[in-house]
Design a protein around this ligand. Sequence first.
Ligand SMILES: *Cc1c(COP(=O)(O)O)cnc(C)c1O
Length: 386
Amino acid sequence: MRSFRLTNEEIQSLAARHQTPFLVISLAQVEENYRFFRRHLPRVNVYYAMKANPASRILSLLDSLGAGFDTASAGEMETLAAMGVPPVRMIYANPVKTPDGLRTAARLGVVRMTFDDADEIEKMVSAVPHAEALVRVRIHNEKALVDLNAKFGVNQEEALPLLRRARDAGLTPKGVCFHVGSQALSTEAYEEALLFCRRIFDEAETEGMKLSMLDIGGGFPIPLAGRETPDAEQIMQRISRQLDRLFPETEIWAEPGRFLCGTAVNLVTSVIGVKKRGEESWYTIDEGVYGTLSGAIYDHWTYSFEAVRSGEAKPSTVLGPSCDSIDFVGRGVMLPELKTGDLVLVPDCGAYTSASATTFNGFARAKAFYFEDMPATVAPRREMIA
Ligand SMILES: *Cc1c(COP(=O)(O)O)cnc(C)c1O
């Protein structure tokens, strides 16, 4: 898997025109990631989890490629509807829906939704009586960076009774969904989840309830600083084989977020202050945990920092610009001796970054540019770098 990365010449040329911090989004990389996913999971349709990065042209690109969208709120559904995305290509995948979200789904015609409790059935019935319901099951997975099963999902034995209740209440019990946790580093959790879903499908069938849809969620990993690069191709191929074996006739969907957008964005920052703490250099840069690097907190993420200046690398600390002591964005980062004004690149920061950035302390959100819009003098067309 390749990632989008600006060259040092491009970084310098861009920084000469635009104040840092800024983001550069590669739509070509998003497209490549989407095609990679579809190639290695050919039977799996995509609902892009737009919370990972809702940049408008990422959404319109994926729309044009035929993707659907995983939404969690009225706002996300409205955004897509305003772009002309038809409601059949949206899933309202929040197991606990707001009154506003349900009204919006009803008005727009979004009928596919997930749930994990009987209480939610009543809410769906009264707002969207023809809803197609997928029950969300809980997956135990220690090999994921971000656990999404603490808050959501029912145990296996609770799934069928819930689908039965949904049917008795007049909804269409459509299938089962799960999320193995974000940045999942092995296939075991997926494979276990698929076996577990197969049992639910079989049990449902003995009761005359034919489930037709399986949603395998997100979690597909990207490179992470300081860790072995996950083999996404191998993970996908194994899942694909299991799907053919266990679900040869079922319609399969997935909700990748990070995988589609994570490697498509570069952040360009500047060093705004240098201090010595003992032997170590501490670099304050102009973007931090309250901005694009918010994933350091919310997403448990470890970013890479790459200096444009070269030199002997030493373990250093990288800090954000706010006046809060939580604003550490990197520890033990290998960097050459830097000076105030030096440029530092953060690659692979397209997922759960700008989406959760704030303007805390009065620091503006980093501006975002699309690589495809850059004049050839700044960024000549080229092959992406591995
Ligand atoms: C966040 C989320 C996703 C996306 O997860 P990634 O790990 O980014 O692929 C998919 N489905 C649901 C329900 C989510 O909440």
